[in-house]
Design a protein around this ligand. Structure first.
Ligand code: HEC
Length: 211
């Protein structure tokens, strides 16, 4: 009796390759952070059954693109946004913007508010450090997030706006989209490009020039 040697011929190979490709697709869609709806994004936004945005975790490990500040001391003692606005974006969204000049679907801009550290030594709210007189970051005090999704946010130029509390952490576990009049409206009216105040972050978004 001769046993025929097993040959990895096309009849075996094609279904096997097909199966492997199928498995690879399932596995990559299930990789933590990934979602097939946002193919370019490494850490996808997650919405719960109530359509609320789940608080993005570990955003301080993302790419930090800037920290504009409009302190009380320079706004007649009552600035609308008196804190540092520390802005973070997912690593993949950052790289995609650098490559294409566009924020991909699923981009999240996270803005964590950080109060000016006190006590103020001057009427403008500033104080002194060894480096000079200025404003220095103190306690964190709030979390805002903007998500780009052209299918979900058709009424506000493809971006949805979420507030996870304007108070110290713990921030809300999930947040509902804010009305256009509260957030998106001002971005629609004033933002520099695609709802983002991109000029503020541009010096960081641009790669360093070659030596
Ligand atoms: C009166 C205008 C105005 C309103 C209202 C407003 N924003 Fe903004 N937002 C800005 C400006 C200006 C910046 C950039 C400069 C800064 O942060 O000080 C900004 C920046 C942001 C950023 C960082 C990314 C970017 O677009 O530059 C996020 C995220 C954000 N806002 C979310 C929100 C949310 C959430 C709300 C509602 C709770 C809101 N904004 C309401 C004017 C506004």
């Amino acid at each position: 009796m001769f046993s025929r040697p097993f040959r990895f011929g096309p009849r075996v190979a094609i279904p096997t390759v097909g199966l492997l490709l199928g498995l690879a697709a399932i596995v990559s869609a299930q990789r933590p952070g990934r979602n097939a709806a946002y193919p370019q994004i490494d850490i996808a936004p997650v919405f719960n059954a109530q359509n609320e945005l789940v608080q993005p975790k570990a955003f301080r490990e993302w790419i930090f693109i800037g920290a504009p500040i409009t302190p009380h001391g320079l706004n007649n003692g009552k600035a609308n946004f008196p804190e540092f606005h520390n802005v973070y974006v997912q690593p993949a969204a950052f790289k995609a913007y650098r490559a294409t000049g566009k924020w991909p679907e699923g981009t999240m801009m996270v803005k964590e508010l950080q109060l000016v550290d006190g006590p103020a030594e001057n009427p403008d709210g500033s104080r002194l450090e060894a480096s000079g007189r200025g404003y220095f970051p103190g306690k964190v005090a709030g979390l805002d997030v903007a998500v780009k999704d052209s299918k979900r946010f058709t009424k506000s130029k493809n971006w949805g706006y979420f507030n996870f509390n304007h108070a110290p952490p713990p921030y809300l576990a999930a947040a509902a989209e804010r009305p256009v009049a509260e957030c998106a409206g001002c971005h629609i009216a004033n933002a520099h490009e695609d709802m983002v105040y991109v000029k503020i972050y541009k010096p960081i978004l641009d790669p360093l020039p070659a030596k």
